[in-house]
Design a protein around this ligand. Structure first.
Ligand SMILES: [Ca+2]
Ligand SMILES: [Ca+2]
Ligand SMILES: [Ca+2]
Length: 154
């Protein structure tokens, strides 16, 4: 029982899990358009715009539930996942849609999409120099160490 729980946790934390742009290396490989090892704000904005346009299949300038969740399902199914994985990942996609649609009008607007994108960008840009590269990993670790010590001191 315990082994299963640990295995599941390891799987959930795996950077291979879809939609894992939270992982720094995945983030860089997905957005570094000119392959110089660093994601500039321009590159990030360009890639986000491209993704948004690709998902907005009826071109009305917003992502409906079907467009956002449907696109995710399509990408997920192309990896031949197990049924349990599909169920879990799709549940997470539903949650993401609700979070992204911050004004709850049933559509993700470009501004809502951009907002979540820049939150992710600044999250990764630990050095806060306006670009995301693997150097930010070291900076992030240093930051977390500091926070850990701060917590311990409380
Ligand atoms: Ca670049
Ligand atoms: Ca649309
Ligand atoms: Ca909205």
């Amino acid at each position: 029982m315990r082994t299963i729980a640990v295995g599941l946790l390891a799987f959930m934390l795996s950077p291979l899990a879809l939609g894992a742009s939270h992982d720094l290396k995945t983030f860089i490989s997905e957005h570094d358009l000119n392959h110089d090892g660093s994601v500039s704000k321009e590159e990030f904005a360009q890639e986000r715009e491209r993704l948004f346009a690709a998902m907005d299949t009826d071109h009305d300038g917003g992502l409906s539930h079907d467009e956002y969740v449907g696109d995710y399902r399509k990408r997920l199914m192309s990896t031949n996942p197990e049924a349990a994985t599909v169920q879990r990942q799709m549940r997470q996609a539903e949650v993401r849609f609700k979070v992204l649609d911050s004004n709850k009008d049933g559509k993700i607007s470009p501004a809502e999409y951009a907002y979540s994108g820049w939150r992710m960008f600044t999250h990764h840009d630990a050095k806060n120099d306006g670009a995301v590269s693997i150097e930010d990993e070291g900076a992030k670790k240093a930051q977390e160490d500091k926070e850990d010590k701060g917590d311990a001191a409380k």
